[in-house]
Design a protein around this ligand. Sequence first.
Ligand code: CTP
Length: 414
Amino acid sequence: MTTPGASRRILVGVGGGIAAYKVCSVIRHFTEAGHEVRVIPTRAALEFVGAATFEALSGHPVSTEVFEHVDEVPHVRLGQGADLVIVAPATADLMARAVTGRADDLLTASLLTATCPVMFVPAMHTEMWEHAATQANVATLRERGATVVTPASGRLTGRDTGAGRLPEPQEIALLGELLLDRADALPYDLAGMRIVISAGGTREPLDPVRYLGNRSSGKQGFALARAAAQRGAHVTVVAGSTNEAGEPAGVEVVHIEDARELADEMTTRAAGADAVIMAAAVADFRPISVNDTKIKKNDDGPAPIALTTNPDILRGLVESRESGTIPSDVVIVGFAAETGDEQGGVLDHGRAKLRRKGCDLLVVNAVGDGKAFGTEDNTGWLLSANGSETSLPFGSKTLMASRILDEVRALLPD
Ligand code: CTP
């Protein structure tokens, strides 16, 4: 396991695709985080981005050939010395060459000497991605232990849209960090598992222009989705309001507005799930009625808004499991955002909530004073119905997601 903040050696292999320009931001992310980054472009990559850009961003010379700087035996030194290799954009041709063990340039030769985790981030046109040859190559790379990220869907070069887009640089960087953290774990330990995750906040409508909402950014739910998909799970995110610009690669995202829509989606989808994670911040109350027209203020009197209580979705899922409406072995995970008060500390409230909700795992976060909501990092505890209590060390929400999924995995059948 990585010591947070430790400098690691990251080899970025850049393939010849238009998305090569996005990889510049990935390189920058890792150098700014204090890591040592070396870049090996293919000859075709240099048709898209010049060597000077990669040299300036990484602070090291770049070469495409095995026969340059031969005295340093670069293909052995760079491959063997890396803690992580990221190949992006991984073109159809580059993956085909990696599968057949070709060593006809510095990048493919280095891939043969790398013993660390290797992540391919494909980008190509939908037809090329879906072609049987590419899919067979992806399967082979995965069988051999490499991570091949499922491409995002969206606008491709030219006018077409579809699967094959390179995920956003931030997404690639987070996936890379996850691999640095989990170098010793099986990359596909959630393969075949169906995981449904709620994320973000609900918006309870008052009238055509207003709603009751909350500050949830959706970051923790999306981080869970990203991490679970990378470990091979089939992931659906049921998302309310979030600050997330893009959708995690390879994840199905369903959008909802209010708590009752969220309840419907979660209950329906839990029936076919192996694990359900309620990371959404659900409004406990909603206006009794939604006005068709904008509510006018009442100059002297009280606010003309009466509230009623929303369903407790997490509790409802546990009850559905008890009554047999959803499978008896579905793992149910809840979150608790707590502040300490005169009745007890954050952890005391967490323990009481775990008993009240009846779920299998409860992630307890301390909130208030800028903690948890909207931040990049998080910390907390993981309480289990079997009585175990694990402290989650301070780190990115992606790393925290990875730890939570370790516990979920332990509760799922082999
Ligand atoms: N939750 C839910 N339905 C609600 C409220 C919350 O499913 N109507 C879920 C949340 O997604 C979270 C867990 O319950 O997984 C705890 O949410 P939290 O807001 O901390 O607790 P509440 O149940 O609202 O209890 P309280 O506000 O009294 O602490």
